[in-house]
Design a protein around this ligand. Structure first.
Ligand code: SF4
Length: 95
């Protein structure tokens, strides 16, 4: 699946949900990530964010702080998609 394809199905680009709503700061990210819970491309989004070390905002249901912590715990992972498929529920934490 290409990146352009999964972003077209992003919940944060549909209806009245603006992607900008996910680029809030601090604790507001924990509330903002609720839109990701029903997103059909959450796994792809999170894998891309982790692979590309996206520093800011909510991606794939994780705050920037959560992603940093995960990357610190697993520095050896260079491609997150397979890791997330295997570890699904443990990594895709709900708010
Ligand atoms: S997981 Fe969240 S940030 Fe990623 S595309 Fe879906 S709604 Fe947007």
């Amino acid at each position: 699946m290409s990146e352009g394809h999964w972003t077209a199905a992003a919940a944060c680009g549909q209806g009245n949900v603006s992607p900008d709503a996910l680029f809030v700061e601090g604790s507001a990210q924990r509330e903002a990530r609720s839109v990701c819970l029903s997103c059909p491309v959450r796994l792809q989004c999170l894998a891309d964010a982790l692979d590309n070390r996206m520093d800011f905002g909510v991606w794939g249901g994780m705050t920037e702080r959560e992603r940093r912590a995960l990357l610190r715990r697993r520095p050896e992972v260079s491609s997150w998609r397979n890791e997330l498929v295997v570890a699904d529920s443990a990594l895709l934490v709900a708010p």
